[in-house]
Design a binder for this molecule. Structure first.
Ligand SMILES: C[S@@+](CC[C@H](N)C(=O)[O-])C[C@H]1O[C@@H](n2cnc3c(N)ncnc32)[C@H](O)[C@@H]1O
Length: 223
């Protein structure tokens, strides 16, 4: 575990925020732990339609970056992978541990910052983030870190909010409007005052530049 003083300022703020709201995410976490067939995102789209998980997960070393209550890692474990979850919030990890006991699935859970993961280079075949590092970590820190952790040919899957939603969101947890309230090309750090937290988003061109620059992570082809 990284001591709080050593963490970047946005990670400290997000830790305090997520520890404060962890209790509110228990019910959603249990619902997802109960699912055999994963569903994704705010529209609960089924895995059969989105195909975010590789077919060949059995025996793969996997890491979930910002695992929260741990259900994505549980889905990976049920498919035969060996997941590790890392999360910045002790509160979220306490929920994940309780679900591990309740559902009889065990895997390592680390308390730490997904921008700096205490594993050697090339430790994993698969990395995933569902609204975890994908939106709460600085992409210029966590994408190179994910690339470092992956073996050659390893795959990174991440899922977050649509950029258009972030452009029209005046603040966290308030209705998204029908007007752009921030500059698309200036997107990076989003300061939420209602929730006292920090999220990140990039214009699509910057995502592609970043992913290509990270070397081992190749954006999918258009096929
Ligand atoms: C919306 S949850 C998504 C996780 C999981 N899919 C879930 O719903 O339980 C966001 C998670 O990201 C975690 N998080 C935020 N910043 C992080 C960081 N720097 N490193 C690791 N986890 C982080 C939070 O603690 C929280 O558990």
């Amino acid at each position: 575990m990284t001591s709080t003083e050593d963490l970047p300022e946005h990670v400290r703020r997000n830790r305090a925020y997520w520890d404060a709201v962890a209790e509110d995410w228990v019910a959603a976490g249990r619902r997802h732990w109960q699912e055999d067939e994963p569903t994704w995102g705010i529209w609960n789209l089924p895995e059969a339609d989105l195909r975010l998980l590789p077919d060949d997960l059995a025996g793969q070393d996997a890491i979930e970056l910002g695992c929260g209550t741990g259900y994505v890692s549980a889905w990976l474990a049920r498919r035969g992978a060996r997941p590790v979850g890392i999360d910045n919030s002790a509160g979220q990890l306490a929920t994940a541990r309780a679900f591990q006991r309740e559902f009889g699935i065990d895997f390592p859970l680390l308390h730490g910052n997904a921008e700096q993961v205490p594993y050697p280079d090339a430790s994993f075949d698969f990395a995933i983030s569902e609204y975890g590092a994908a939106i709460w970590c600085d992409p210029y820190a966590w994408i190179p870190e994910a690339a470092r952790l992956l073996r050659p040919g390893g795959r990174l899957v991440f899922l977050g909010n649509h950029t258009l939603l972030q452009l029209c969101a005046p603040d966290a947890d308030v209705p998204v409007g029908d007007r752009l309230v921030r500059d698309y090309f200036g997107l990076h750090r989003l300061e939420w005052t209602v929730e006292e937290s920090v999220e990140f988003a990039l214009p699509y061109g910057d995502w592609f530049r970043l992913l290509r620059g990270a070397g081992r992570v190749t954006p999918p082809s258009r096929e």
